[in-house]
Design a protein around this ligand. Structure first.
Ligand SMILES: NC(=O)c1ccc[n+]([C@@H]2O[C@H](COP(=O)([O-])OP(=O)(O)OC[C@H]3O[C@@H](n4cnc5c(N)ncnc54)[C@H](O)[C@@H]3O)[C@@H](O)[C@H]2O)c1
Length: 451
C-alpha cells in the first residue's frame, strides 16, 4: 500500500459524487441482525453491495439466496442476489475495491463484564493492509466514546494511510429494531460524526441516499455518546417500570393498566413496559460500555448500575411469583413441578435468543427442582452460547404436546403474536404472564397471574 499522492479535497469530491449518484460500491462488514438489513436497504437504494462476513456458512447461504435471520425472508435475499448488485464474501482483501466500508461487528462484554472490542479491533487489523486512498470507513457497532478515534483509527492507520488525508473515518450508530413494522432503516434518522468535516459530510452524503434524514454531530465521540445515551435511557426507564410493577403488584394494582392510562397524557410521559428481565444484544450490554469507560474519568455511574441491578433481579421476581402461585393455589412447590416456558426469544416475533431472560428463568426454575420445557416457534433449538452452554441443544416442544397434559403451569416469557393464548389458559391450571400477552382474554382469568 502506498501513501496517497492525490489532493484529499479532490478525492473527497469524487467520492461524494459517487455517493450522490449512487454509483459507489459499498461494503457491509458483519452481516448479522444489523448488517444484513443494512446491506438490503443500501442495495434497494441502487448501490452495489459487497457483504463481508467471517462466517463462511453465512456467506454461502446468502450467495445461495437464503436467509439465516427469521424476519428476513429468503425471497428478500434471493431478490438481492438476482439484482446482480449483491454478493457476499469472507475474503477481506476485497475491501480494496470498495468506496465505503461499514463495520457492523459484535461488541459484547467479556466474562468480567468489560467491553470486548476484539471484533472491532480485529476487523481494523484485517482491513488495514487492504485499504486504499479515497475510501470512507464507518463504524456502526455500539461502543463507548473514544473507540473509533483512540482504538480503531490507529489500527487502520497502521496500514500506512492517514485518516482525513488518505481515507475518511466516521462513526454512525445503527438504530435497528428487528422486526419492528413501524420503523425501517430508511425512516429512522442517522446520527453521523466524522474525523473532520469532510468525513462527516461524506458519511452524510452516503447515508442521505438511504435514510430520510441525517443528523451530523460535532465529533466522532459525540456520535458514540448519542447511541449509549439512547440505550441507557431505555435501560433506566425499563428498570423504573419494573420497580413500579413490584410496588403496584403488592398494592393490588395492575402495572399494565397504569402504563396504558398514563400513556394518554400527551406530554411529559413515554410508555415503557415491564418484563421478565432484559434481553438482546443492546440494552443488557451497552450501558456497561459507558460505566466501564466512566471509571477512567473517576465518575460514578450509580444510576445506570442501579437500573442494571433492578433489571437483573426480574427473573428472580418472576420465578418467586410463580412459586407463590403454585403454593397458594395447589399446595405445590416448584420442586417436581412441570413448567412450560412460553417463548425463548428476547422479544416478540423474532428468533434472536441472545441474552434472553429465558436462559436465566430455565436455570432458576431447574435450580429449584422444576422440570422445564419450552415452546417457541422462532427458536426451534437453543444454540450454543458462552454463558449458558449447558442449555444448548434443547428443542421446543410442539404446540400439540402442550395439551397432552402434565404441565402444572406455563410462564409467558415472550409474547409472540400468533400464539393461541386462550387455548393455553383453558388447558393449563396456571399461566404466569410477564408480558400482558393475555390482556384480551375474557375467560379463564382466574388461571392467570401477572408477574
Ligand atoms: N441487534 C440489534 O438489534 C442491534 C441494534 C443496534 C445496534 N446493534 C449493534 O450492532 C453491532 C452488531 O450487532 P448484531 O446484532 O448485528 O451482531 P450479530 O452477531 O448478529 O452479527 C455480527 C456479524 O459479524 C460477523 N463478524 C464477526 N467478526 C467479523 C469479522 N472480523 N469480519 C467479518 N465479519 C465478522 C459475524 O459472523 C456476524 O455475522 C453491535 O455492536 C450491536 O451492539 C445491534
Amino acid at each position: 500500500m502506498t501513501q496517497a499522492d492525490t489532493d484529499p479535497r479532490a478525492t473527497a469530491a469524487n467520492l461524494e459524487a459517487r455517493f450522490l449518484e449512487r454509483r459507489a460500491k459499498v461494503g457491509v462488514l458483519g452481516l448479522g441482525y444489523v448488517g444484513l438489513p443494512l446491506a438490503r436497504g443500501i442495495c434497494h437504494a441502487g448501490f452495489t453491495i459487497l457483504g463481508l462476513d467471517s462466517d463462511p456458512e453465512k456467506v454461502a447461504r446468502l450467495n445461495g439466496g437464503r436467509s439465516y435471520i427469521g424476519h428476513i425472508p429468503d425471497e428478500d435475499i434471493g431478490a438481492l442476489v438476482a439484482s446482480g448488485r449483491f454478493r457476499a464474501t469472507a475474503d477481506v482483501t476485497e475491501v480494496s475495491g470498495l468506496d465505503a466500508i461499514l463495520i457492523c461487528v459484535p461488541t459484547p462484554l467479556t466474562r468480567n463484564r468489560a467491553p470486548d472490542l476484539s471484533f472491532v479491533l480485529g476487523t481494523g487489523r484485517s482491513i488495514a493492509p487492504h485499504l486504499r486512498a479515497g475510501q470512507l470507513v464507518v463504524l456502526e457497532s455500539t461502543t463507548y466514546p473514544g473507540t473509533t478515534m483512540q482504538e480503531l483509527k490507529p489500527e487502520l492507520e497502521a496500514g500506512g494511510l492517514k485518516s482525513g488525508v488518505d481515507f475518511f473515518l466516521a462513526y454512525s450508530p445503527e438504530r435497528e429494531d428487528p422486526a419492528n413494522p413501524l420503523h425501517s432503516g430508511s425512516t429512522v434518522p442517522r446520527v453521523v460524526g466524522g474525523d473532520g468535516a469532510e468525513a462527516t459530510a461524506l458519511a452524510c452524503a452516503l447515508y442521505g441516499q438511504v435514510t430520510e434524514k441525517t443528523v451530523p454531530v460535532s465529533s466522532v465521540d459525540t456520535a458514540e455518546a448519542v447511541k449509549l445515551a439512547e440505550n441507557v435511557f431505555r435501560a433506566v426507564n425499563i428498570a423504573l417500570v419494573n420497580e413500579l410493577k413490584v410496588i403496584y403488584s403488592r398494592m393490588g394494582i395492575d402495572i399494565w393498566e397504569v402504563v396504558e392510562a398514563a400513556s394518554t397524557k400527551p406530554f411529559g410521559y413515554m410508555p415503557f413496559y415491564p418484563g421478565p428481565g432484559l434481553g438482546g444484544h443492546c440494552i443488557p450490554i451497552d450501558p456497561f460500555y459507558l460505566t466501564w469507560k466512566a471509571r477512567e474519568f473517576e465518575v460514578p455511574t450509580r444510576f445506570i448500575e442501579l437500573a442494571g441491578e433492578i433489571n437483573a433481579t426480574m427473573p428472580n421476581y418472576v420465578v418467586d411469583r410463580l412459586a407463590l402461585a403454585l403454593n397458594d393455589r395447589f399446595a405445590k412447590g416448584l420442586k417436581g413441578s412441570r413448567i412450560l416456558l412460553l417463548g425463548f426469544a428476547y422479544k416478540k416475533n423474532i428468533g434472536d435468543e441472545r441474552e434472553s431472560p429465558a436462559f436465566k428463568l430455565v436455570e432458576l426454575l431447574e435450580g429449584r427442582g422444576a422440570r422445564v420445557d419450552y415452546y417457541d416457534p422462532y427458536v426451534p433449538e437453543v444454540p450454543v452460547t458462552r454463558e449458558h452452554a449447558h442449555l444448548a441443544g434443547r428443542t421446543s416442544v410442539a404446540w400439540d404436546e402442550i395439551f397432552a397434559g402434565g404441565y402444572d403451569a406455563a410462564l409467558i416469557c415472550t409474547d409472540h403474536d400468533g400464539v393461541d393464548y386462550a387455548a393455553l389458559v383453558e388447558a393449563l391450571p396456571l399461566v404466569v404472564d410477564t408480558r400482558n400477552a393475555t390482556r384480551d382474554l375474557r375467560g379463564g382469568r382466574d388461571n392467570i397471574v401477572m408477574a
